[in-house]
Write a protein that binds this ligand. Structure first.
Ligand SMILES: *Cc1c(COP(=O)(O)O)cnc(C)c1O
Length: 385
């Protein structure tokens, strides 16, 4: 029998062993990482809301009013007024009949996909879709099909063969992809979904706060909300707090409440989390939120234009992949950056395909011009070696 130690050793030999790093400060543009002060180009707190004083204050006073825990799952005592407020807020913002919140985005994906789909159905995913969506699809018992990233021809072939069978067909894509930072061809996917009568789930994990007139995501930006059956996202990234959500029709929400095991058999998140997330959405969609998004985009453009002397980058989000290729080289570059005071994580298999190891640079609204030019200088220097 293979021992855990052997398995760890094997990961280590392939440079694939991961270790926790400890942060000894609050989330901000600078963090204390394993005891060292570093500039943070790693987090998904794109608008800098994780340490926003009004969100922090809302969370504190919610603890005084509602206590620490929720006591039970959502179907027992765990559905408290703060959860309902959050869900009403999300449904209203997304212009959907109803919404449902979860402890995490991971739970939202697993509960929703596994709750809606079953044996005999077909789930069709973009190849780069997040692990949580793949796990939900696998758990559902449905047939799982994958199309190449934004590969519409293959998507159409899969739809054509799937809709001949009697089951439900669900297309799943992210709006902004988490490791490449590029965007889905949503308009084209929507045309196909309509042609074949399939359902469409779009995960806005990295679109929220980055795209759209009110910062609601790529769907808002494209104005295609009515053609998306299930809007999914997380409240732990640009919203700066924690939790996941879906917004959809009342019947889909009710079905997930009845069939989504990751929703049903799990203690509801603390009410203060729901209060803080509601406050975060209020700020994110306000004038202040819009200013933060503008600052974010101006930072993204500044950094990519500084880097353009060595590499042509065409960013379409806060995520800028710095491709390296081999795992060892990516890890080495990340370590070298850390020694220079920048935290830019190396992303490797299985998070990204083999041979595409990279640094995942995330820019936030809180970075200063000096932060960006210091990082650019080190990255440009690394190209000459
Ligand atoms: C982070 C992420 C999730 C999971 O959300 P959490 O709230 O972190 O659990 C789901 N989908 C995508 C695309 C993500 O990047």
């Amino acid at each position: 029998m293979r021992s855990p130690q052997d398995e760890l050793l094997e990961l280590e030999q392939r440079s694939l062993r991961r270790e926790l790093r400890w942060v000894g400060s609050e989330q901000d543009r600078e963090i204390l990482l394993d005891g060292r002060q570093v500039l943070n180009f790693a987090s998904n707190d794109y608008l800098g809301l994780a340490s926003h004083p009004e969100i922090v204050a809302a969370m504190k006073s919610a603890v005084d009013e509602w206590g620490a825990g929720s006591g039970a799952s959502r179907l027992i005592t765990g559905s408290m007024s703060p959860h309902r407020n959050l869900e009403n807020t999300i449904a209203l913002l997304k212009d959907c009949e109803a919404a449902l919140s979860f402890s995490t985005g991971y739970a939202a994906a697993v509960a929703t996909v596994s709750g809606l789909m079953r044996k005999g159905d077909t789930v069709i995913l973009d190849k780069l879709a997040h692990a949580s969506l793949i796990d939900g699809a696998r758990l559902s018992g449905a047939t799982v099909r994958v199309f190449p990233h934004n590969g519409l021809a293959k998507l159409e072939r899969l739809l054509d063969s799937s809709v001949r069978e009697s089951g439900r067909v669900l297309i799943i894509t992210e709006s902004v992809f988490s490791m490449d930072g590029d965007v889905a061809l949503l308009d084209e996917i929507i045309s196909l979904k309509k042609k074949y009568g399939a359902l469409l789930l779009v995960d806005e994990a990295h679109g929220l706060g980055v795209y759209g007139e009110r910062g609601l995501g790529l769907i808002e930006h494209l104005g295609c909300g009515d053609d998306v059956d299930i809007h999914m996202g997380t409240l732990g990234k640009a919203a700066g707090v924690a939790g996941g959500y879906i917004a959809s029709s009342q019947s889909i929400i009710d079905l997930v409440v009845n069939k989504g095991r990751a929703f049903i058999y799990s203690t509801a998140p603390p009410p203060a989390q729901a209060v803080a997330a509601t406050k975060a959405l209020e700020i994110l969609t306000s004038g202040e939120g819009r200013e933060r998004t503008e600052k974010l985009w101006s930072n993204i453009e500044k950094l990519t234009s500084m880097l353009s002397v060595v590499r042509k980058l065409t960013p379409s989000s806060a995520i800028i992949p710095w491709m390296v290729g081999e795992v060892d080289a990516a890890v080495e570059l990340s370590n070298r950056l850390l020694e220079s005071g920048f935290f830019v994580p190396a992303i490797r298999y299985p998070t990204v395909p083999r041979g595409t190891a990279r640094l995942r640079i995330t820019v936030t609204a809180n970075h200063t011009e000096a932060d960006l030019s210091r990082l650019a200088e080190v990255l440009i220097g690394s190209e000459d070696r």
